[in-house]
Design a protein around this ligand. Structure first.
Ligand code: IPM
Ligand code: MN
Length: 368
């Protein structure tokens, strides 16, 4: 029987609540599809930092490295200065574990309310692939004459052919498994150095994928097209900061943070990939059973997909979607069921539902 070692970093706030339900659902999938998940919980996050003064030590990073995948809940607490956990943990792991691809599906599931008028699930099924280790996120730059009227702040965007090539190649391979269209999103008219490099890599790699149709959209125009004509897009590839911004727009279109999932993918097998709901730790509703576990469940499904368990991943996705369709509200007391009850319902669906043959992001990822 296939067995996978998975690290669980459930974190703070609603992180442990939704991660617990996600585990319930993927365990049900493992049982049905005949594989094993061997999970190890790590005590990291705001509370660990407040207790020890250390975000994560090198020995823990190395222990984490030995796992096949990481399920990440949510981290953050008002008592911790903003940026400490973001840079010290999330960005650190994305870089340490060489995860150049940040994959963020934007799929409107049936019955999920969207703020976009007349949008239908058929018209909204795309994937944003964000470069995950470079760009403006490297923190390169300097400040001189700080605190004076002559202060100068330089913030540099780092772009390498090596990382862009990996991300772009993965994007083409994924597009090939889907509807066969790739859109580069950038600002090549203004960011002439980085933009030229991205465009050049895309053009070059595209020669190996003649069946994939290429498109280009400036990032500002993307903010119009994405909500108005999401059907134009299949796979969208973009840089780190643009991807951060447009994926929040994508999350809004698909019904909000209760359903937005993501995966940070390591492509060379040297370290684990890491899967996280896009939402944060929501300390204001922690402990009340008001959090929707769907985003965590869908993130865990992405994890199963990258492990090659496409049918199990599809079952988890379908189960989450079926339960979402029944909810009067996506979170809070109006949801009509607690976090745990929703997890139970999803796990039950995973065990019993008939698996459809319709294509899905889950089976596409498993086939890449
Ligand atoms: C995200 C988040 C992170 C990012 C933060 C928490 C560092 O906004 O995953 O999109 O900016 O990448
Ligand atoms: Mn973000």
């Amino acid at each position: 029987m296939d067995s996978y070692d998975v690290a669980v970093l459930d974190g703070d706030g609603i992180g442990p609540e939704v991660t617990g339900e996600a585990l319930k659902v993927v365990e049900a999938a493992a049982k049905r599809f005949g594989f094993e998940l061997n999970t190890t919980r790590y005590d990291l996050g705001a509370q660990h930092y407040l207790d020890t003064g250390v975000v994560i030590d090198d020995a823990t990073v190395e222990r984490l490295r030995s796992h096949r995948a990481i399920l990440f809940g949510a981290m953050g607490d008002p008592r911790v200065r903003p940026g400490v956990l973001e840079r010290g943990l999330i960005l650190k792991l994305r870089r340490e574990f060489a995860q150049p691809v940040n994959l963020r599906p934007v799929r409107l599931y049936p019955g999920v309310p969207t703020p976009i008028r007349d949008l239908t699930p058929q018209r909204c099924d795309l994937v944003i692939i964000r470069e995950n280790t470079e760009g403006l996120y490297v923190g390169a730059g300097s400040t001189v004459h700080a605190g004076t009227p002559h202060a100068v702040a330089l913030q540099e965007s780092v772009n390498t052919v090596a990382a862009i090539s990996q991300v772009v190649d993965y994007s083409f391979r994924l597009a090939q498994q889907r509807r066969g269209k790739l859109t580069l999103c950038h600002k090549t008219n203004i960011l002439v150095h980085a933009g030229a490099m991205w465009q050049q890599v895309v053009d070059e790699v595209s020669r190996s994928y003649p069946a994939v149709e290429l498109d280009y959209v400036h990032v500002d125009a993307m903010c119009q097209h994405l909500p108005m004509t999401p059907e134009r897009f299949d796979v969208v590839v973009t840089d780190n900061l643009f991807g951060d911004i447009i994926s929040d727009l994508g999350a809004t279109i698909q019904g909000g943070l209760g359903v937005a999932c993501s995966g940070n993918l390591n492509l060379d097998g040297t370290a684990p990939s890491m899967f996280e709901p896009v939402h944060g730790s929501a300390p204001d509703i922690a402990g009340r059973g008001w959090a929707n576990p769907a985003a965590a469940v869908l993130s865990a499904a992405l994890c199963l997909a990258t492990l090659g368990q496409g049918q199990a991943a599809l079952a988890c996705e379908q189960a989450a979607a079926a339960v979402l369709a029944e909810l009067p509200a996506l979170a809070g007391p109006a949801m009509g069921a607690s976090t745990t009850e929703l997890g139970d319902r999803m796990a039950d669906r995973v065990t019993n539902l008939e698996i459809p043959t319709t294509p899905s992001i889950m089976t596409a990822i498993a086939a890449v």
